[in-house]
Design a protein around this ligand. Structure first.
Ligand code: ADP
Ligand code: MG
Length: 304
């Protein structure tokens, strides 16, 4: 029986790669939309927002899968309160973990069952570490993402959310693997983060049909003394730039310490605090994303 990460799986033109590409097309042909979450920098709340948006839609009856493609630093399973134990693949296929609300999760965290963790990296000229047997210690990032999308038994799902690692290079990786991908950008309003996100948006404009919109996170906080929403950090001009280039700002979310705390405990915020301003905004945002994906979805079934 072949193992999931076999030695040649990333070889250009190699049999595994050709098969992975074919399997991605077949896997995605039944999915309404594949939405990848992009952030130019880490720590802006991308994974936490994704987990909550997926939860809102699952509560509304959508069948959702999440691919945690932040391969070296996965976080979705613990955020959803799931044990991130390692699991084996079933032959050369992967069964997603059953998460809360029927969410189906696939993560590098439960791959493989081997002794050492795999390091996912851009390998141009072959691995730099000595490889042992058929299970590599170092894997091409792109090949690994291709494998996860191609070899996972998603089953009947409406939407697949992909949590990408931070960095604009992820846009290319994702669109190379699945050109029908729709992109969501998230950023917080610091000038550094906004500047990097503006650059990412410029890049994404090469693929204008792919961008669903921008979410500004941690855009303010509720001040207990003056009872107003006050800025959390100096305000970068991300929103203005997005509007200038015709990309919708889907939501501006506040900083809410209860949100961070829910994530730490692995409890779904929108379930625990649906009546808070943040909870209500997340519900509205999830439905806006669902709608935008439906409007844009014509390409998914046909271009896969
Ligand atoms: N609006 C928010 N209010 C409070 N905490 C937040 C908010 N958004 C994100 N966080 C917290 O910030 C931290 C980083 O979020 P995370 O989703 O891991 O970022 P990323 O995936 O972009 O690296 C987490 O502890 C998360 O709970
Ligand atoms: Mg993350």
């Amino acid at each position: 029986m072949r193992v999931f990460w076999d030695a040649d799986f990333g070889e250009p033109g190699g049999p595994s790669r050709v098969e992975d590409e074919a399997r991605i097309r077949s896997n995605l042909s039944a999915v309404r939309a594949l939405i990848a979450w992009v952030s130019a920098r880490g720590g802006v709340g991308k994974s936490a927002l994704l987990a909550n948006i997926a939860a809102v839609l699952a509560l509304a009856g959508r069948k959702i899968a999440i691919v945690d493609a932040d391969l070296n630093s996965p976080s979705i399973m613990p955020m959803l309160g799931m044990k991130a134990g390692r699991r084996g693949a079933i032959g050369d296929e992967l069964e997603p973990a059953a998460g809360p609300l029927g969410l189906r999760i696939v993560s590098s965290e439960f791959l493989p069952e081997g002794d050492l963790p795999i390091s996912f990296a851009d390998i141009d000229e072959g691995p730099t570490l000595p490889q042992n047997g058929s299970r590599p210690k170092e894997c091409s990032y792109l090949a690994a993402m291709r494998r996860l999308l191609g070899r996972t038994r998603f089953g009947a799902v409406d939407l697949i959310f992909v949590d990408l690692a931070p960095g604009t290079e992820q846009i290319y990786r994702m669109l190379k693997i699945a050109p029908q991908t729709k992109l969501l950008f998230s950023s917080h309003p610091s000038e550094l983060s906004a500047r990097a996100t503006r650059a990412a948006i410029e890049i994404a404009q090469q693929f204008p049909d792919s961008v669903l919109g921008v979410i500004e996170n941690m855009a303010g906080f509720n001040c207990d003394s003056c009872h107003r929403v006050r800025p959390l950090m100096p305000y970068g001009s991300l929103g203005a730039h997005a509007r200038e280039v015709g990309i919708p700002v889907l939501e501006r979310l506040p900083f809410d310490p209860r949100f961070a705390e829910s994530c730490e405990r692995g409890v779904i915020f929108v379930r625990e605090y649906p009546q808070t301003p943040m909870g209500k905004q997340l519900v509205a945002l999830a439905h806006a994303i669902d709608k935008a994906a439906s409007n844009a979805q014509a390409g998914v079934a046909t271009s896969a």
